[in-house]
Design a protein around this ligand. Structure first.
Ligand code: ADP
Length: 265
C-alpha cells in the first residue's frame, strides 16, 4: 500500500512537472511570436517613410517636380523624417527602460510636492489646458522621479493629443485612498472603442490607423507607461467612451501600504 501511495505521488509530481514544462514552452512560443511581430512592425514603420522620402528626393533630383511645388515636397519629406525621429526616440527609450529594469533609482518621495512640481513644469504643447488638483499631505511613496515623470508626461501628451478639438480641458487629480496613491487623468476627447482597450498597452498598437492618421504617434507611449508603472509595483486602468473621452488611472502603493503588507507576512 505504501508503495502504491509513493507511485501515485511520484506520478502526480511528474504530471505537474510536465504541465509546467508545456506551460513554459507555450510561453516561450508566444514570446517568440510577439518578437517576430515586433520586428515586422518596426521594419514596416521604418521602411515606409524611407521609401517615400527617397521617391520624393529622386523626383526632385530628376527635375520631375515643378520648381513652385518643391517646397510642398520638402515639407512632406520633413514630416516623414520627423516621424522617423519620433519612432527611433521611442524605441531607444523603451529599450533603455527594459535594460535598466534593475537599476531604478527608487527614492522615498513626497507625492504632494513631487506632483505639484511635475505638473507645473509640464511644457508640452497646450499645457494651459491642464486643470490640476493635488491633495495636501499625501503619504509617501517609493518612486524613481525620472521614470515616473516619463510615464505621467506620456499620459498628459496623449490626453492633449487625442482631444485636440475645441481646446477641451484635461483634468488631473492626485489623491489617496485605501493606502494607495492615485493619479487620475481625464480628457473629453475622441475616446477608445471598448474592443480596443485590451490592446492599447501593447507596443506599436495604435487604435484604427485611419482615425490616427493626422495625429502623430508610434504606439509606444502607453507600453512605456505600463512598463514604468509595473516597475513601481503599481497598476494602470482605463475607462473610456467613444467620442466622450477617457480616464487613465495609475495607482501606486504608499509606504503605509507596504508596512501593512510586511506585518501580515
Ligand atoms: P501613440 O499615441 O503614439 O499612438 P500610445 O501607446 O500612447 O501610442 O497609445 C496607443 C493608442 O491608444 C493610440 O494610438 C490611441 O489610439 C489610443 N489612446 C491613447 N491615449 C488615448 C486617449 N487619451 N484618448 C483616446 N485614445 C487614446
Amino acid at each position: 500500500n505504501d508503495l502504491e501511495k509513493k507511485v501515485k505521488e511520484r506520478t502526480k509530481q511528474l504530471e505537474l512537472a510536465n504541465q509546467s514544462l508545456s506551460e513554459k514552452n507555450a510561453l516561450l512560443k508566444s514570446i517568440d511570436e510577439s518578437r517576430r511581430e515586433l520586428f515586422s512592425n518596426i521594419s514596416h514603420d521604418l521602411k515606409t517613410p524611407i521609401t517615400i522620402c527617397i521617391g520624393y528626393l529622386e523626383a526632385i533630383k530628376d527635375k520631375m517636380i515643378p520648381e513652385e511645388k518643391i517646397d510642398i515636397y520638402l515639407n512632406k519629406i520633413y514630416r516623414h523624417l520627423n516621424s522617423l525621429q519620433h519612432l527611433s526616440r521611442g524605441l531607444l527609450e523603451l529599450s533603455t527602460i527594459e535594460s535598466k529594469k534593475n537599476s531604478y533609482n527608487f527614492q522615498l518621495t513626497n507625492p504632494t510636492e513631487y506632483f505639484r512640481n511635475l505638473l507645473s513644469h509640464y511644457d508640452g504643447n497646450k499645457a494651459n489646458r491642464l486643470h490640476t488638483m493635488v491633495e495636501d499631505s499625501l503619504s509617501p511613496i517609493m518612486a524613481d522621479p525620472e521614470y515616473l515623470k516619463r510615464a505621467i508626461y506620456n499620459l498628459i501628451d496623449n490626453a492633449i493629443k487625442y482631444s485636440s478639438n475645441d481646446d477641451l480641458p484635461v483634468e488631473i487629480k492626485v489623491f489617496e485612498e485605501n493606502d494607495h496613491l492615485f493619479f487620475e487623468i481625464k480628457d473629453y476627447g475622441i475616446g477608445i472603442p471598448e474592443t480596443e482597450i485590451p490592446f492599447i498597452f501593447e507596443r506599436f498598437y495604435r487604435v484604427d490607423k485611419s482615425r490616427n492618421s493626422t495625429i502623430p504617434g508610434n504606439g509606444l507611449g502607453l507600453a512605456i507607461v505600463k512598463e514604468i508603472v509595473e516597475e513601481h509595483r503599481g497598476k494602470i486602468k482605463v475607462k473610456s467612451e467613444l467620442n466622450k473621452g477617457s480616464v487613465f488611472t495609475i495607482s501606486l502603493p504608499t509606504e503605509k501600504m507596504k508596512k501593512l503588507e510586511s506585518k501580515k507576512n
